[in-house]
Design a binder for this molecule. Structure first.
Ligand code: AMP
Ligand code: MG
Length: 429
């Protein structure tokens, strides 16, 4: 059976993204609680205050090579210069360097006072305690030396608040002597799966039942996006169960519901949200998978119970139940909201360019922007765009196709498909 054409009343992807973007802007400005975490536990968190250099970086003029510290001008005469001493990493600055002399030096060692360059070991010939720069080689002042404070001066801001902390930021914080870092409290994200057919991972599904894969998937996605997942028990498809579950989730900073938002007779989530006082920004958008996506906010209740004050209102997403739809709509819309709640300055979904594989199928559906599971081969020859192809799938319930993909291929709304070899956009997880 052919599905009916998408209603032009529904928002396009761009319109929906702009609406979510407004909300992201607003949430990004809010106040949020700050806590200290040990450096080793800071990965995935968000810097709450700027990171400043405690000392000049590097704290002394440092040699980047094994060789001989010298005066560049003297070395360039190619005359024999006396080796006045030896120094290595870990020793206090040596010197001063006498006239017409060099100082043997190892990588990472402070350059002796008086020297302005380091000639590499490979570029000199040594003779009875003296060395000569091999002609026609020259050395310029500053060569192979990182001057004191070249990277930063004590007190300089190195990273702004709102920076997501990965290994490189941990390295920088370590170099500044930070044993702990001030980070924003993680937003608590309630994950409510709905559906009479769902059974827990540990259960063997009876006829008609399926295992709940969205709960664990979304918990993982929330954690990766900087939130604290709060997985609620699955709610049955009836008004009473949904009302009770929504009441329980009222404390969350963000609510993600899956299932029950399509047009079916037992899709009761929207009415339940309405009963709980929700204001809807949209109910359905022109994308596939993910068309039934619902986005809105609850009004503020009593402010005393608000965990994070940035949650002026409490946003929710009703994600479609199919796992691929849930994953795509989370990445496109819920992850930016979560990033803003977490205090991250970078909130936008990550898109990149790739080239369609030569024999790729087309997969266009005019009227809908599609985000289809795809595999991108990033191991492209130098200078070439990585090559991407659709992962064969059996529709948006195909968790296997999702798990075998590493991105989503974007098929624009107006496209009838993507030409083999064309430059295309991919959404990265
Ligand atoms: P719904 O959005 O409730 O109409 O569900 C659409 C499809 O997704 C149905 O086939 C559901 O069985 C499936 N589904 C709903 N929730 C989940 C879940 N938590 N895990 C896996 N599949 C689900
Ligand atoms: Mg359902």
């Amino acid at each position: 059976m052919k599905s009916p054409p998408p209603s032009p009343d529904l928002l396009s992807y761009d319109e929906a993204a702009a609406l979510v973007g407004d909300c992201v802007q607003r949430l990004g400005k809010g106040h949020r609680a700050i806590e200290a975490v040990e450096l080793e536990r800071a990965v995935g968190r968000v810097l709450a205050r700027p990171l400043a250099a405690d000392l000049d970086q590097p704290p002394f003029a440092r040699s980047t090579r094994d060789g001989f510290a010298c005066r560049a001008k003297e070395a360039c005469t190619h005359e024999l210069l006396k080796i006045a001493g030896t120094t290595r990493a870990g020793l206090a600055p040596a010197g001063p360097l006498p006239p017409r002399a060099v100082w043997e030096i190892m990588t990472g060692a402070p350059v002796p006072a008086g020297a302005d360059a380091v000639v590499m070991l490979e570029h000199v010939e040594a003779e009875a305690g003296q060395v000569r720069l091999l002609p026609p080689r020259k050395v310029a002042p500053g060569e192979n030396v990182v001057a004191r404070g070249a990277q930063a001066r004590a007190g300089d801001e190195l990273l702004p608040a709102g920076t997501a902390i990965h290994s490189a930021q941990i390295a920088l914080a370590a170099s500044c002597g930070c044993e702990t870092l001030p980070v924003f409290a993680r937003p608590r994200v309630a994950i409510l799966t709905t559906g009479d057919e769902l059974v827990p991972v540990s259960a063997l599904p009876a006829p008609g039942q399926i295992r709940n894969s969205n709960g664990p998937m979304l918990a993982a996605m929330v954690a990766a996006a900087g939130g604290e997942p709060w997985v609620l028990p699955t709610a049955a498809d009836n008004a009473h169960a949904l009302d009770a579950a929504l009441a329980e989730a009222a404390d969350a900073d963000l609510l993600l519901i899956t299932g029950g938002v399509s047009a079916g007779k037992f899709d009761l989530v929207e009415p339940a949200l309405a009963r709980a006082g929700a204001r809807f920004h949209f109910t359905g958008i022109r994308i596939q998978p993910g068309k039934p996506l619902v986005f809105g906010e609850f009004p503020v209740k009593d402010t005393a119970s608000v965990r994070n004050e940035n949650r002026a209102k409490h946003c929710f997403f009703g994600l479609p139940g199919n796992p691929v739809s849930s994953a795509v709509t989370f990445l496109l819309f819920a992850a930016p909201v979560l990033a803003a709640l977490a205090g991250r300055s970078e909130t936008a979904p990550r898109f990149a360019l790739a080239r369609m594989a030569p024999h790729a199928e087309r997969h266009g559906k005019p009227g809908l922007t599609r985000f289809l599971p795809a595999y991108c081969n990033f191991d492209a020859p130098g200078g070439e765009l990585p090559e991407v192809a659709f992962v064969p799938w059996h529709g948006s319930g195909d968790v296997g196709a999702l798990a075998r993909s590493n991105c989503f291929l974007v098929v624009p709304e107006k496209a009838h498909g993507l030409e083999p070899g064309a430059i295309v956009r991919i959404l990265l997880p």
